[in-house]
Design a protein around this ligand. Structure first.
Ligand code: IPE
Ligand code: IPE
Ligand code: MG
Length: 246
């Protein structure tokens, strides 16, 4: 029996977030340039997205490019942006077939115009789809997202639209890029690194963390299903004791 058949669909997370890491090392192992790893990372994205749709998962959020990644060598940044333009364009057909709605979070204004336009085009074209919401975290920094929320809220208080004492978790979440989405119950990171790298810091407060040493270009839907199965074996206590949650 494959991993997929062992998954309890009644206990499926609503939202899974992934830190897709290890493209560069994967390429290096093969004596290739880093961009070769990014190209092969797209194959994994396609496979995992398919895996998610086969389970009828509601939300999948992929860390695609961080604000810090802008500091990489210019050639690599340019190559990643080019790859994104081409991939997003090609995938629209697939998204329509699979009923996937594309979404993006991050400081999108920093993207090159061509990339920004291609992204918006795909978001608009898939806006009516009702299946998986596929969110790309692009030019994304969680700290920047939190600061942006703080500033938005401060302005509302300043303008008298909101009272300081009325600020609560819901108000705060409504000012994040991820407003309207449930928080991820499961966060997966590939490549054997045990860190969060400025990803969804507020949203993962109670997420289950799953780390695998597989490099992202080797990660497939079976690995994704394995992570979900691991998640389903855990007891989520939210500060309580075992007897309370059972
Ligand atoms: C993840 O792979 C993709 C991006 C961050 C854009 P990396 O490019 O970080 O690959 P490693 O971690 O250097 O192997
Ligand atoms: C995190 O990976 C960002 C993405 C996967 C897009 P990095 O490779 O940039 O993270 P660090 O530098 O290892 O923390
Ligand atoms: Mg990396």
């Amino acid at each position: 029996m494959g991993y997929k058949d062992q998954i309890d669909l009644s206990k499926l997370p609503q939202h899974i977030a992934i830190i897709m890491d290890g493209n560069g090392r994967w390429a290096k192992e093969k004596g290739k340039l880093r961009i070769f790893g990014h190209h092969n990372g797209v194959v994994s994205v396609r496979d995992v997205v398919e895996g998610a749709t086969l389970l009828n998962l509601k939300y999948l959020t992929l860390y695609t490019f961080s604000t810090e990644n802008w500091n990489r060598p210019k050639l690599e940044v340019m190559a990643i942006m080019e790859l994104m333009v081409g991939t997003i364009h090609k995938e629209i057909k697939n998204f329509m077939e699979k009923n996937v709605r594309l979404n993006a979070i991050g400081n999108l204004e920093m993207l090159p115009e061509k990339c920004y336009n291609e992204l918006n085009n795909a978001i608009e074209k898939t806006a009516g789809n009702t299946g998986l919401v596929l969110t790309l975290a692009l030019s994304y920094s969680s700290r920047a997202e939190i600061l942006r929320a703080v500033k938005n809220i401060a302005l509302k208080v300043q303008d008298g639209e909101l009272k300081a004492e009325d600020i609560n978790e819901d108000v705060f979440e409504n000012n994040l890029y991820t407003h309207g989405m449930p928080n991820p119950e499961l966060l997966i990171r590939t490549s054997g690194e045990y860190r969060i790298s400025n990803y969804l810091l507020w949203q993962i407060a109670y997420a289950e963390l799953y780390f695998t040493s597989k490099l992202w270009p080797d990660f497939r839907k079976e690995d994704f299903y394995e992570a979900i199965l691991d998640y389903q074996k855990r007891e989520r206590r939210f500060g309580m004791i075992s007897e309370q949650v059972n």
